[in-house]
Every structure is written in C-alpha cells, then in structure tokens.
Design a protein around this ligand. Structure first.
Ligand code: HEC
Length: 246
C-alpha cells in the first residue's frame, strides 16, 4: 500500500511542479484536428520552413495527403522535392554529422515532437524567438534558452526584442524574466496573422505525432452509434423473450 502511495506521488510530481508555476509561461495552442483547412496550411508551412532541416521519418507524404484531403498531384506540385515519391517518408538530405557541425546540435526528427514537448510549448516556442546579439544566429528563445536553431520564420513574424525585468528578492538573489516583446522589424504578417499561422503549424505537428488520431476518433463515433443501436435492439429482444413470463 505504501509503495502504491509513493508511486502515485512520484507520478503526480511533474504535474504538481507545473501547477506550481515552474518554468516560463506557455500560451495555449489553438489545436483543432477537425479543422482540415488549418491542417493543410500547417502542412504547407512545415514542408516549406521546417523540412529542410528536420525530418518526419514516420510520416509518408501520401498518408498525410489521404488524412488531410490533399491529392497526389497537389502533393507533388506544392509539397515535395523533385526526387521524392508520394509513398516516401519525410526524410532530409542533410546528414546528422554535418548538422551537428553547423548548428552545434543536430535538428531532431519532429515526428513525435508534439507528444514530447506538448502543443502549448511548441506554440510558445515558435513565437518567442528574440534578438540576442551574443548568440551565433543572433536570436535566443524564451522557452528554449540558448537554442541552436535560427529564427526560421522571421520573414513572417519579423524580429522582436524581449523586454526584460529583473527582480531582486530579500536574500539578494536576482531573477530576470521576459515580461513582453517589442517588434523591432515588422514581418510580412501582422502579429495576429502570425499567431494564427503558428497555430496551424502546431495543429499539424499534433496531427503528425499521432496520425491515427483522426481515424480513431471517427471510428469511435461509429462504434458509439453502433452500441446505441444495439442497445435498443437488445432491449426489444429482451422484452420479447420475457413477455410471456411476466
Ligand atoms: C536551419 C535549420 C532549421 C530549420 C529550417 C528549422 N529548425 Fe528546428 N531546430 C534546428 C536545430 C539545429 C535544432 C536543435 C537546437 C538545439 O538543440 O539547440 C532545432 C530544434 C527544434 C525544436 C526543439 C526540439 C527539442 O529539442 O525539443 C523544435 C520544436 C523545432 N526545432 C521546430 C522547428 C519547426 C516547427 C521548424 C519550421 C518552422 C523548424 N524547427 C525549422 C534547426 C532548424
């Protein structure tokens, strides 16, 4: 029993730590896997801006096409590199070794990133790159300090500066936190537009983490409808069987 209690407490710890407000504040990602247009826009952003460095080894182009309602022709014309076939998985040409030399850390495969990091983390991450001249790519990130990834969406978002605020507690330790952002160079998108685009992209990353989710939900609804139907049938049958006995 004691062991069970300890196991329970251990399992709850990460949740408790988050509830206690550890780590930076995360914005809520507008995830909606039923919004096919959003998923399509997210997929387009992903292949245009992320697939050059990150792979998605567990997703095939035609699987994505089927799930998101994109035809093979559209896939070939808008989303794929010349040599890829629709049945290929989303791999990249860059070798992990070269990537490590260029970026310090190789860009990880993003197939299951939404499950590893969570949608809110991703949504915040992609919107909180800020100017930091001391870093190799001239940017830093609010939720991933000293990140080795450039701000690849800067043309869309523009460049922002972080507004820092330092508080010193009574025992003399000081703590610096980001309290806001200031757009120093506008991008091609207005801030709200950029947030929506990143929302689409994160929506797509969530789909990618578990492509069967869409199918499973659809199947779940069908199963429930079947069960409801079957319940009525079973009830009527029961009444029929027992009617002479009562
Ligand atoms: C120019 C190459 C490049 C491009 C393009 C790029 N990234 Fe990255 N990304 C990196 C590198 C390098 C890292 C590893 C950073 C580190 O560990 O410090 C990284 C890390 C990440 C991480 C954090 C992974 C972790 O450790 O949890 C996420 C999430 C991510 N990228 C998402 C994206 C998305 C989404 C796009 C497209 C909008 C994108 N990246 C485009 C190079 C790139």
């Amino acid at each position: 029993m004691k062991k069970l209690v300890i196991a329970f407490v251990m399992a709850a710890l990460p949740v408790l730590a988050q509830a206690a407000g550890d780590g930076p504040h995360l914005d809520k990602a507008p995830v909606d896997l039923h919004d096919q247009a959003s998923l399509q826009r997210g997929a387009q952003l992903f292949v245009n801006y992320c697939l050059s460095c990150h792979s998605a080894q567990f997703l095939r182009y035609n699987r994505m096409g089927e799930d998101l309602g994109i035809s093979d022709e559209q896939l070939k014309a808008n989303m794929m590199f010349g040599t890829d076939k629709v049945g290929d998985t989303m791999t990249i040409a860059m070798s992990p070794k070269a990537a490590k030399v260029w970026f310090g850390n190789p860009p990880p495969d993003l197939s299951v990133i939404a499950r590893a990091r969570g949608a809110d983390w991703l949504y915040t991450y992609l919107r909180t790159f800020y100017v930091d001249e001391k870093k190799p790519f001239g940017v830093n990130n609010a939720v991933f300090p000293d990140v080795g990834m450039p701000h690849v969406l800067w043309e869309l978002q523009g460049m922002q500066k972080a507004v820092m605020h330092t508080t010193t507690t009574e025992d003399g330790t000081s703590h610096t936190a980001i309290v806001g952002y200031e757009l120093v160079k506008p991008g091609t998108m207005a801030p709200a537009e950029y947030d929506a685009a990143v929302g689409d992209l994160v929506n797509f990353l969530v789909y990618m983490g578990e492509p069967t989710q869409l199918k499973r939900q659809e199947l779940g609804v069908k199963v429930l409808i079947f069960l409801a139907f079957f319940f009525v049938l079973a009830y009527l049958l029961k009444k029929e069987y027992w009617k002479d006995i009562h």
